[in-house]
Design a protein around this ligand. Sequence first.
Ligand SMILES: Nc1ncnc2c1ncn2[C@@H]1O[C@H](COP(=O)(O)OP(=O)(O)OP(=O)(O)O)[C@@H](O)[C@H]1O
Ligand SMILES: [Mg+2]
Length: 408
Amino acid sequence: MYLEQLSLTDFRSYEQVELSLEPGVTVLVGSNGIGKTNLMEAIGYLATLSSHRVSSDAPLLRFGTERAVIRAKLVRGEQSTVLELEINSSRTNRARINRSNPVRARDILGICQTVLFAPEDLALVKGDPSSRRRFLDELLVSLIPRHAATRSDYDRVLKQRNALLKSARAGKFSTGHEATLDVWDQHMARAGAELLHARLELVERLRPHLRNSYAQLTDRSKEAGAIYRSTLQGSVEDDGTAPAAALRGGSGSGSAAGPDAAEDLRLLSVDELTERYVQAFASSRRKELDRGISLVGPHRDELELVLGEAPAKGYASHGETWSMCLSLRLASYYVMLDDARTGGSAPILILDDVFAELDVQRRRKLAAIVSGAEQVLVTAAVEDDIPAELAGRRVKVIPGGIDEREDR
Ligand SMILES: Nc1ncnc2c1ncn2[C@@H]1O[C@H](COP(=O)(O)OP(=O)(O)OP(=O)(O)O)[C@@H](O)[C@H]1O
Ligand SMILES: [Mg+2]
């Protein structure tokens, strides 16, 4: 798919801006702080309903305004779709699809497909497990939008269950509470099992692409892998991280290709996983009542990224960390492309400020890999940072808008 038109009202630094785009490569050039990332962030927000830079919506509204609007015209094959998303400060966000009556923002998930590369991606490797869980869940929802509901069901039950556990910790627990907790356990087991099942399948799909992308970007000296570690396996520490020592137990070709601790879970159905959670909740109940929080569930799982024998986190060099982050994004692009062959759509690639971070070798390799995508949007403050492989349209971003004079 490609984005033909983007229009923003009161989004970030823009009072009003219109951007016309074409398939193929477009490089947006402009000085630091001019608003390039703001444009890319708006497109990413349409795809995921979240920003890659901030966790709340407030900074997305232009200072002093109450409402921002993102409008986009997307073209997929012969079909075009107009999306309009309203981000509100004091009421729920709403959307319109092809100028229909307003729908829930969530209903547009899956329509705009993007893969966004940004400097913030370093957190995928260096950050805490929540960054990697978010990576998985965002990709999952763009591939299978109904999982937005799976996620929010799970989050809702988790919140309620935590509130109950917290009150228990405060000494306000009775037999009645125990029965209520049993009910929450059932709900959380079901929602958790659905989420876990979907994540495990997704990791399976990502894994070969991650390995290949890393090999393509580097000199193939190390193999990149990913291991999903579930709290059901009892191997995740209380702080939500898996012990590094356990990972180094892999043999020969590295733990990435070696035995996977999640192997048995992958063979289980949603019903079987539900049963496992029910059992796990029962056996951790004492501990959970003491701590006042839910200790078992996909909200505490980890996606371990592995380079050769060692975990990427804490071991990888700066350059290796970057290659791993890029490979994860490329892997999600390839998974979406696989889907496109069976009715999905090829995502728009967005590379925001990444070339400045890379050495010449990796710039060229990344450029060569992405240049064939249906649409690639690249931002740069310095045009010379863009490798020749990404020849294409150049758009100049100027204060408050776009310079319409094209320079090819
Ligand atoms: N909510 C907001 N309201 C008004 N202005 C904002 C808002 N949020 C951010 N800005 C402004 O937007 C500008 C940042 O824009 P952006 O991050 O898109 O720059 P950029 O062109 O990507 O720069 P760089 O090349 O440094 O990455 C800043 O000047 C910032 O003050
Ligand atoms: Mg920027």
